[in-house]
Design a protein around this ligand. Structure first.
Ligand code: ZN
Length: 289
C-alpha cells in the first residue's frame, strides 16, 4: 500500500496520479490527516486490508504532497551507517552503534522544493531511506522490528558542512537543520511492497550526473538493528521518523570536493518508492522583527 499526505489529508494511492481519501472511505473512522492515522495504525491497516472498493476520488497533484509525517514527535538520524561513506568521511570501521543526531522539525518539507543555500555555507547531499514508525516500540528485538514500521519514504539529509564541523565537537543536528534541509516524500510505501525491505537501491544525481548509487543492504546497522538499538533507550512513537544514513558519493568525500550551488537541481530516487526533486537558490539575509 502507498499512502500520501495530499493537501493535508491521508490518501491511499490507486495509481501514481489517483487515490482514495481515507477519511471519506472509512466514513470518518481514520484521518483526515496522515499523522492522525498513525495514532491508530494497527486498526487502520486491518481496515485497509479489507477495504476493496478503492474508489479513486482524489487526483494527485504533486505540488500538494507533503511529508508523510510533517511534524513527527521525534526525528532520529543515523550517521556513518554505510562503510564506504564512513571511510570517505574519514572514520574507521566500527561495529558499535553509529552516531545518532536529530534534524529539528522546522527543517521538514514535502518532496519537491526550492532549498535556500546559506551564505558562506557548503551544503552537501545525502540520499537516505526514511522510516516512519507506525506503532510504539520499546525494547523491540530486531526480528520483530519491521512490525513497528508504518512505511518507507525518500529523504535528503542536507548538511551544511561548515556549521556541522565547527567547534570542538561536531554540530550534526544544527548543521543539518537549516530551513528546507529535510525534504521527505513523495509518499509512504508499506514494507510488504518491497521484495526485500533490507536491500533497496537508492541514489541521487545533480543535473543528470549521478552522485550516489547504493543499496541499503550495505548498511552497517540494518533498519531492524537501528530500531532495536534506539528502542533500548527511547520509546519510539507513532509518526516518528528515522533517517537511516547515506551511502558513499557525498560532496565532501569527493576529490575535488563539491557542494550544491544556486541553479542546480538534485533528483533523489529510491527503488520501489519514486523520486523527490530539489532546486537551490542563494538564501537571502532575513531578520524577523
Ligand atoms: Zn545523513
Amino acid at each position: 500500500m502507498r499512502i500520501a499526505n495530499h493537501a493535508g489529508r491521508a490518501v491511499i494511492l490507486t495509481s501514481d496520479s489517483t487515490g482514495t481519501d481515507v477519511h471519506t472511505a472509512s466514513e470518518g473512522r481514520f484521518g483526515p490527516s496522515l499523522p492522525a492515522v498513525y495514532d491508530h495504525w494497527k486498526d487502520f491497516t486491518d481496515w485497509a486490508g479489507s477495504y476493496t472498493a478503492r474508489t479513486a476520488d482524489v487526483i494527485i497533484d504533486r505540488a500538494a504532497l507533503g511529508s508523510p509525517s510533517p511534524r513527527p514527535p521525534q526525528v532520529f538520524a543515523i550517521g556513518l551507517n554505510y562503510q564506504a561513506h564512513a571511510s570517505e568521511a574519514g572514520y574507521q570501521s566500527s561495529d558499535e552503534m553509529p552516531p545518532v543526531f536529530t534534524k529539528f522539525v522546522s527543517a521538514m518539507t514535502g518532496p519537491d522544493t526550492v532549498v535556500p543555500l546559506p551564505a558562506d555555507g557548503r551544503v552537501d547531499w545525502e540520499v537516505e531511506l526514511v522510516v516512519v514508525i507506525g506503532t510504539e516500540a520499546k525494547n523491540v528485538a530486531a526480528d520483530a522490528a519491521w512490525r513497528h514500521v508504518a512505511g518507507l519514504s525518500i529523504g535528503q539529509d542536507f548538511s551544511e558542512r561548515v556549521t556541522q564541523n565547527a567547534g570542538q565537537a561536531p554540530q550534526f543536528s544544527l548543521g543539518k537543520s537549516f530551513e528546507g534541509f529535510s525534504p521527505v516524500g513523495p509518499w509512504l510505501v508499506t514494507p510488504d511492497e518491497f521484495p526485500n525491505p533490507d536491500a533497496i537501491k537508492l541514489g541521487c544525481s545533480i543535473d543528470g550526473e549521478p552522485m550516489q548509487n547504493g543499496t541499503t543492504a550495505d548498511m552497517i546497522f540494518s533498519v531492524p538493528r537501528v530500531i532495536e538499538s534506539l528502542s533500548r533507550i527511547v520509546r519510539l512513537l507513532p509518526g516518528d521518523i528515522i533517517f537511516t544514513g547515506t551511502p558513499s558519493g557525498v560532496g565532501i568525500g569527493r576529490s575535488p570536493q563539491r557542494f550544491l550551488s544556486p541553479g542546480e537541481t538534485l533528483l533523489t530516487w529510491i527503488d520501489g518508492i519514486g523520486e523527490i526533486n530539489q532546486s537551490f537558490v542563494a538564501a537571502r539575509a532575513e531578520v524577523l522583527a
